[in-house]
Design a protein around this ligand. Structure first.
Ligand code: SAM
Ligand code: SF4
Length: 455
């Protein structure tokens, strides 16, 4: 089968696309953008790869595990491609950016490859261009408002900036996503207004370091502008770099009614020695000061974080400082990872790498401690009343509905006929390790009842 036969096939037959997304929220939203572009090219999304003419792997290289998962999927699809040679296989995302043509050498069954900064040109790729991972500042991507096909219907993600300038010594993002570029404020505002008009209730602003957003406005100013968009009830953002969390932002978070009482503020380690080696640009003391300021201004704020276990050179004492930090701060939740050496990063090349066994042991200690803290904090919410935004049926239990508090905690309530996207008041009946149970307060159903009066 020649490439031009493939092209012919893609343009003439029904066109289904299956996207397998690996990794973070940024990637999930990139997949939404790919779907938006492909829909304009006549593609329909399918949840079944057997039904697809185009299969896209949107990859993540933040840790080796995500990379391994992708390569094993790519190997598995080889036999599938043999049986169905006309199916196009594409590799997108950070591994595509990093590896470029090397992927074609390892996996000749791949049809085309494109990096995160080249999504806007996807329609050219489906018609034949093979590799596009140019990392030089790409003016196109800022100018183009990509037509995302959002999957949720209630909550939407909005990119406010691309790339990162920080070069934390462990992190591959600056190499795969390039330097920091902020989207113009008016474009973001237009996108949010359109989302509000389409019935979205919640937006999450996306960037690797939203606190350094700089365009026609800075980040606190952007929040003030978006807070005025009628219909959007909740505004969230990820991720905040602790070094750049300003007093102005803390004040604005406390004052703006639509900005939720939650911040994800990655600490990474409780040891100043390790924070320095990580090139994070803050000390533990500075971090904890910012936590105090946040809690003073917004007493019910929930604070979540990222922790890396077993950074090169991390001693038992350094690890214990992280354990102490978790006890002292009592985060509402954490994401913790074993350090994963990434090729080309400073920490990836450090000599004093820890064994996998030691990293695993430290990770387990961190997670076990945090589980107890999270459960304890969730139990404190029993008997309180919380506003939740309903996201739909719980995937784990179809007899339940699920939603989130403003503090981003998952609450499950018994199933009732009520529309997705309703903001309802619930009483928390049980605090668990990873979620809360609640019951609906019938007298507070105003606004939750749909037009036919069903609750
Ligand atoms: N920009 C965000 C920040 O600086 O807070 C983080 C973005 S990164 C995609 C998400 C998390 O992945 C990081 O906070 C870090 O904990 C983790 N991470 C990144 N590189 C890693 C590595 N090489 N090994 C283990 N975890 C890593
Ligand atoms: Fe990676 Fe650091 Fe940038 Fe976050 S701030 S994306 S951890 S380099």
């Amino acid at each position: 089968m020649s490439e031009s036969d493939d092209k012919c096939y893609i343009s003439e037959m029904k066109k289904n696309v299956y996207i397998h997304t690996f990794g973070c929220q940024m990637n999930i939203h990139d997949s939404e953008k790919m779907l938006g572009i492909l829909e304009q090219e006549g593609f329909t999304e399918t949840g079944d790869p057997n039904d697809a003419e185009l299969i896209i792997f949107n990859t993540c290289s933040i840790r080796q595990k995500a990379e391994q998962k992708f390569y094993s999927e790519l190997g598995r699809i080889k036999a599938f491609k043999k049986k169905r040679p006309r199916v196009q296989i594409a590799v997108a995302g950070c591994i595509a950016q990093q590896e470029g043509k090397n992927i074609l050498r390892k996996a000749p069954h791949v049809s085309f490859i494109f990096g995160p900064q080249n999504i806007h040109a996807l329609k050219d790729f489906v018609s034949g261009k093979i590799v596009s991972t140019a990392l030089e500042d790409n003016p196109e991507i800022e100018k183009t408002d990509l037509p995302a096909k959002r999957v949720d219907g209630v909550r939407a993600w909005v990119t406010i900036m691309y790339g990162c300038n920080n070069f934390c010594s462990f992190c591959i993002v600056p190499y795969t996503r390039g330097r920091e570029r902020s989207r113009p404020t008016d474009k973001i505002l237009a996108e949010v207004k359109e989302l509000a008009a389409r019935g979205y209730k919640e937006i999450t602003l996306l960037g690797q370091n939203v606190n350094s957003y700089r365009s026609n406005s800075n980040f606190p100013e952007l929040l003030k502008i978006l807070n005025r968009v009628g219909g959007i009830e909740r505004i969230r953002f990820v991720t905040s770099h602790p070094r750049d969390l300003s007093e102005e932002l803390i004040a604005v978070m406390g004052d703006l009614p639509r900005v939720c009482e939650h911040i994800h503020l990655p600490l990474q380690s409780g040891s100043n020695k390790i924070l320095r080696l990580m090139n994070r640009g803050y000390s533990f003391e500075e971090y904890i000061q910012k936590v105090s300021k946040l809690r003073n201004k917004i007493p019910n704020i929930s604070i979540t974080t990222d922790i890396i276990a077993g950074f090169p050179g991390e001693t038992d004492d350094d690890h214990m400082l992280t354990i102490e930090a978790l006890k002292k701060i009592e985060f509402d939740g954490i994401f913790a990872f074993k350090f994963s050496p990434r090729p080309g990063t400073k920490a990836g090349g450090m000599e004093n790498q820890l064994s996998d066994g030691l990293k695993s042991m430290r990770l387990i200690q961190i997670l076990e401690l945090q589980d107890k803290i999270t459960e304890h904090k969730n139990k404190l919410l029993e008997g309180t009343f919380q506003e939740i935004l309903l996201e739909g049926e719980s995937e784990a239990d179809r007899k339940k509905l699920t939603g989130r508090t403003r503090t981003n905690k998952i609450v499950n309530i018994p199933w009732i006929e009520i529309k997705k996207g309703a903001l309802i008041s619930v009483e928390i009946t049980k605090g668990r390790k990873h979620s809360l149970e609640g019951k609906l307060l019938v007298q507070d159903l105003k606004g939750a009842v749909d037009k036919k009066g069903k609750i």
